[in-house]
Design a protein around this ligand. Structure first.
Ligand SMILES: CC(C)(COP(=O)(O)OP(=O)(O)OC[C@H]1O[C@@H](n2cnc3c(N)ncnc32)[C@H](O)[C@@H]1OP(=O)(O)O)[C@@H](O)C(=O)NCCC(=O)NCCS
Length: 155
């Protein structure tokens, strides 16, 4: 998968745990996943986890897809790129990878939730044809009980 950073996208392993926890802590001040959650999800059959790595295996981003057995409805639970890697095509490369991967695994749709003020993420999702299907009032447990959008892509 091409991006301006020449990052390699590959399945995540437990060896990525420390770097994932650090990236998450630097990225989100709401709905942040902790070490125990990452550890559990890295080993869960229902979780499909990929990371993007740069030179010397530096972690530059990740995405996490969740599903239930036999379900065609998949969820993009999280996606993030590190602050120094943003605006260089990596978020798009990760999301394109996630869409291709989910499609190949037989998913029929991909849904996600995003804060209504997260302009960068919403623009990325719209660029890859996700559409807003729902407004989720007070969805987030941050200081402002922010609203969210549910967005969906048919595969
Ligand atoms: C959202 C995020 C993953 C985008 O990653 P990125 O590596 O910067 O994305 P890219 O460089 O591939 O940009 C892809 C598209 O996203 C949109 N985008 C990215 N940054 C943007 C910004 N600051 N403002 C508006 N749109 C932006 C654009 O549509 C862009 O396409 P373009 O370059 O053709 O204009 C990144 O900003 C991030 O990790 N944010 C913090 C975590 C987060 O909010 N995750 C989503 C939770 S729902």
């Amino acid at each position: 998968m091409k991006n301006n950073l020449n990052a390699q996208i590959r399945p995540a392993t437990l060896a990525d745990l420390d770097a994932l926890v650090a990236l998450e802590a630097a990225t989100f001040n709401y709905s942040q996943m902790g070490r125990a959650s990452f550890r559990r999800l890295l080993q869960a059959p229902s979780a499909h986890f990929h990371v993007a790595c740069g030179a010397e295996h530096t972690l530059l981003g990740y995405y996490l897809l969740l599903t239930r057995s036999n379900s065609k409805r998949w969820r993009l639970y999280s996606i993030a790129t590190s602050a120094q890697a943003r605006g260089m095509g990596l978020g798009r490369a990760l999301l394109e990878h996630a869409i291709d991967y989910a499609r190949q695994q037989g998913a029929g749709e991909l849904s996600l939730e995003v804060k209504t003020d997260n302009k960068a993420a919403i623009a990325l999702y719209q660029a890859l044809d996700f559409a807003v299907v729902d407004l989720l009032l007070n969805y987030y447990d941050d200081d402002h009980a922010s609203d969210g959008y549910r967005m969906r892509l048919s595969l």
